[in-house]
Design a protein around this ligand. Structure first.
Ligand code: RBV
Length: 429
């Protein structure tokens, strides 16, 4: 019925043993810094909540994600996993995961479009009862090509802004046929992963890839959503002069009141040294902008898909193109200006050769939420209709409390009198 031809990573690597060892070493390091997943793993090992379930995952297969995959497998699930971006997989980690008796990993770095989708189909061939996506490619493929599987699917969870955006569009069209948790939108994910995670890891990846400084640079941040806010804040903290571009008036005003320069991309193009897109939309930096840019600018994208910078147009303008450094493609224009594109315009914090994704601590939070959402689907799946659902607030708080306890941070609780007061309306002046 489905494409079962595509082989797991273990059948694709030459030096499998050393890959497995190195992958395991990366995972062990990550696990040491993931107290939330450690906590839920202990619970899952004891309770075996996922016994008999088949979980399909399309995520960035690197060390932290691998700890989530293992956590679900150790709760009794059979897990099939592949990547959600052609450049973000760590093959060694994928190989280490594939050794687990309950896990099959198809993720491989550097796949072309055909291989990418063949691997997605191979995951779907496991006939999942739960899906966990980062970007919604699994949900899309199942609805488009394998709708007969939907009856057997309890629900899903979605990691990222772009995926939730796509899911909501699908839901509005009445086309989403099973329940999916919008993990991205819950406070324990969005206020940390999108803000601090994207901010830190994008800037770190660009700095490591180029060996260039932030201090004194004009850094143009396209989009002032949660990710843009994080990037702007961290770039500012590295002594860059931050310029924000926006299309939403309140966000533009927020950025202005935060002290950033706000202007149209047309103007920013002339003065920016580094351009970083975080909008989730297409065609944010296009030909008319390339024409105005200075020699030597850096162009990078932190949005989920590689659609924000129009690289086809840039290629058309270029008279020459060469790899200036690992992960940096220089496009030379007729007048001699060189515009440097990092990581092929793909998610820069994961797709550059040196990229490691978000810091471990924030992914522990995001993946802690993923883990309890999967548990919620198993325990209470019937309570959720087809469509996009907010993560229940008590699950979000559960993860916050585990993290605070692990950090040794104590906090107050309401007295009965305070709780009554907050629930009342009759105390005026
Ligand atoms: N992200 N994953 C990592 N595994 O290292 N880093 C970032 C990792 C996720 C993040 O949660 C974001 O929403 C998504 O990648 C974008 O694809």
């Amino acid at each position: 019925m489905t494409n079962t031809e595509y082989p797991p990573i273990s059948e694709q690597l030459d030096d499998l043993e050393s890959a497995r060892t190195e992958g395991r070493r990366k995972m062990d390091w990550a696990a040491q810094h993931m107290p939330i997943l450690e906590h839920v793993r202990e619970e899952f090992v004891a309770d075996q909540p996922f016994e008999g379930e088949r979980i399909a995952m399309a995520m960035h297969v690197e060390a932290k994600t691998a700890i989530l995959v293992e956590t679900l497998a150790e709760g009794g699930a059979e897990v099939a996993v592949t990547g959600c971006n052609p450049l973000s997989t760590h093959d060694d980690v994928s190989a280490a995961l594939d050794t687990h008796e309950n896990i099959t990993s198809y993720a491989k770095r550097g796949v072309d479009d055909d291989e990418y989708y063949a691997a997605i189909e191979a995951v779907i061939a496991h006939e999942p009862t739960i899906t966990v996506d980062d970007g919604m490619d699994l949900v899309a493929a199942i609805h488009e090509d394998y709708p007969e599987l939907i009856d057997g699917i309890i629900g899903g969870a979605e990691e990222t802004t772009t995926g939730v955006h796509r899911l909501r569009a699908m839901d509005d069209d009445g086309a989403l046929d099973y329940p999916v948790f919008a993990v991205n939108d819950t406070p324990m994910k969005r206020l940390f992963d999108n803000v601090h995670g994207t901010g830190e890891s994008s800037l770190a990846s660009i700095a490591m890839t180029t060996n260039l400084s932030w201090a004194g640079k004009n850094v143009v941040v396209a989009g002032y959503g949660y990710c843009g806010k994080g990037v702007a804040k961290k770039a500012s903290g590295q002594n860059a002069n931050v310029i924000v571009t926006e299309v939403e008036p309140r966000r533009a005003l927020e950025a202005h009141m935060e002290g950033y320069d706000v202007m149209p991309m047309d103007e920013a193009a002339e003065i920016g040294d580094v351009f970083l897109t975080t909008t989730g939309n297409r065609d944010v930096i296009v030909e008319e902008h390339f024409e105005k840019m200075q020699d030597g600018v850096l162009l990078a994208n932190a949005g989920h898909f590689d659609i924000e910078i129009d690289l086809e147009a840039l290629d058309d303008l270029a008279v020459d193109r060469y790899e200036a450094r690992d992960g940096v493609e220089a496009y030379e224009l007729a007048d001699g200006r060189r515009l440097n594109v990092i990581a092929e315009g793909r998610l820069v914090n994961l797709a550059a050769p040196v990229s490691l994704g978000h810091p471990v601590e924030v992914m522990d939070q995001s993946f802690g939420i993923q883990a309890v959402c999967v548990r919620e689907l198993i325990e209470n799946g019937d309570a959720y209709d087809a469509g996009v659902h907010d993560v229940p607030d008590d699950l979000d708080k559960e993860i916050a409390e585990i993290k605070l306890a692990a950090e040794g941070v104590d906090f107050d609780s309401l007295t009965d009198t305070q709780r009554d007061y907050m629930g009342s309306w009759d105390h005026g002046t």
